[in-house]
Design a protein around this ligand. Structure first.
Ligand code: PLP
Length: 434
């Protein structure tokens, strides 16, 4: 048995059956540099998914490595919220300023799940209500509260939640009831749904709406700009808080704006973040209006939240994003790839949609014979791209959306290379499906 096959056997024996499911033969990533990774068997790949949007600057970035090594050299490798930590204050100042939220304060955790858990706790406490609104097809994490506001059966797992959750249908305009609608009509229909849910399904005070401005796991669904401003005007009537989950959409990845919510003309009361901020090191958190953050008498200790190593990595990563204007790079490289995919889609009947903003784009795959969403075609595309040396991701309500989020440092040459591989892989899968 090869070393690789043996590792897979050991993994399946002692780890959950729902892990390491990408590819028929899961990859062991052994190293990385820039936008490329190498597996343990020596195969190289261009990485268009970067973990799951975790290495947003790519791999082995000297500025991040140096910052972490400098922190390690101080000997300070433990923390808790009981002490003053310079790295936390510096990062909180930057995020508060960038957030646009008035009098913002920041709390650091270790993951997106914890970030959302914290935001929901803050909202429930501030409004003295356990009722929340969330979006169908959303994904917010794997704890009870975060899974409870997840509107996707595959990820929701259990039907009970510590919160009383009501789902809105505004995230995915591909649903049949929205077919052919203009943006204005679509937004009107979503607002009518929100009012209907508030009037009929909730029992009075609602704490918050939590939503991803672009759904990640849900398949990079892209509601029209302005939807969340329209929602917010209704929420404000009822004193309901708005939490924007920016775990996948933050830091300029969408090109047009620094936050995913940017194009909607609305300032959330809180935003949650995680994933790319530490460029591979674990960091998540909430940025919220100071009055909401301070309303909780004691959020308590987070032993590892905001630890000095993560803070060093996150400060260096965020500085890099800003100093190199990676938002502009995301807009530029993303536009090239999205345009190229759109042009190719015309001759590929398996592609029912190409959508994206900046370096966050997706291809939706449908069986041309039945018109039904096709998860096997998405799986086949992933395998075909892997064979050609490109890593991509999967998602969508039906698992038929191939999602991509390359590092924000992507060069024009890498964008062209990845696009070429994607088109060649789509052509192969298209031919096989015909
Ligand atoms: N929120 C969104 C939008 C996510 O995509 C994810 C993870 O994929 C989470 C929250 C949960 O983050 P984590 O896996 O770091 O707990």
């Amino acid at each position: 048995m090869s070393e690789h096959a043996n590792l897979l056997r050991r993994h399946r024996a002692v780890m959950p059956s729902w892990m390491a499911l990408n590819y028929s033969d899961p990859i062991e990533i052994a190293g990385g540099k820039g936008a490329r990774v190498t597996d343990a068997e020596g195969n190289g790949y261009l990485d268009f998914f970067t973990g799951i949007l975790t290495n947003m600057l790519g791999y082995d970035v000297p500025e991040v490595r140096d910052a972490v090594e400098r922190q390690l050299a101080t000997g300070v490798v433990h923390t808790s919220t009981a002490y003053l930590l310079r790295g936390q204050v510096e990062l909180a100042e930057k995020i508060a300023r960038l957030s646009g939220i008035p009098d913002a304060k920041v709390f650091f955790a270790n993951s997106g799940t914890e970030a959302n858990e914290t935001a929901l706790l803050l909202a429930a406490y501030a409004r003295r209500s356990d009722q929340v609104l969330a979006m169908r097809q959303s994904y917010h994490g794997r704890s009870f509260a975060a899974a409870g506001v997840t509107g996707n059966r595959a990820w929701r797992n259990l039907s009970f939640s510590p919160l009383d959750v009501h789902f809105l249908h505004g995230a995915d305009r591909h649903l049949p009831q929205f077919a052919g609608m203009s943006d204005e009509r679509y937004i009107e229909a979503c607002v009518a749904d929100l009012r209907h849910v508030l009037a009929t399904a909730t029992g009075g005070d609602v704490a918050a709406l939590v939503a991803e401005p672009i759904q990640g796991v849900g398949g990079f669904t892209m509601p029209p700009d302005g939807l969340f401003a329209a929602y917010k005007s209704v929420l404000d009537e009822f004193g309901i808080l708005f939490i924007s989950d920016e775990v996948q959409t933050g830091w300029g990845r969408t090109g047009e704006h620094f936050w995913g919510i940017g194009g909607h003309g609305v300032t959330p009361d809180m935003m949650t973040f995680a994933k790319g901020l530490g460029n591979g090191f674990a960091v998540g958190g909430v940025v919220a209006r100071g009055d909401l953050m301070d309303a909780l008498p004691a959020l308590g200790i987070s032993t590892f939240g905001g630890n000095p190593i993560s803070m060093a990595a996150a400060n260096a990563t965020l500085d890099y994003v800003l100093d190199h204007d990676l938002q502009a790079n995301a807009a530029k490289q993303g536009a090239t790839i999205i345009d190229g995919l759109r042009r190719a889609a015309g001759r590929l009947p398996i592609v029912s949609d190409v959508r994206g903003k900046g370096l966050m784009f997706a291809v939706e795959l449908t069986d041309p014979r039945t018109g039904e969403p096709s998860p096997p075609l998405a799986a086949a595309l992933m395998e075909a791209a892997r064979e050609r040396g490109l890593l991509i991701g999967k998602g969508g309500l039906y698992g038929n959306v191939v999602r991509m989020a390359p590092p924000m440092t992507l060069t024009a040459a890498e964008a062209a290379e990845g696009l070429g591989i994607l088109i060649a892989s789509l052509e192969t899968v298209n031919e096989e499906a015909a």
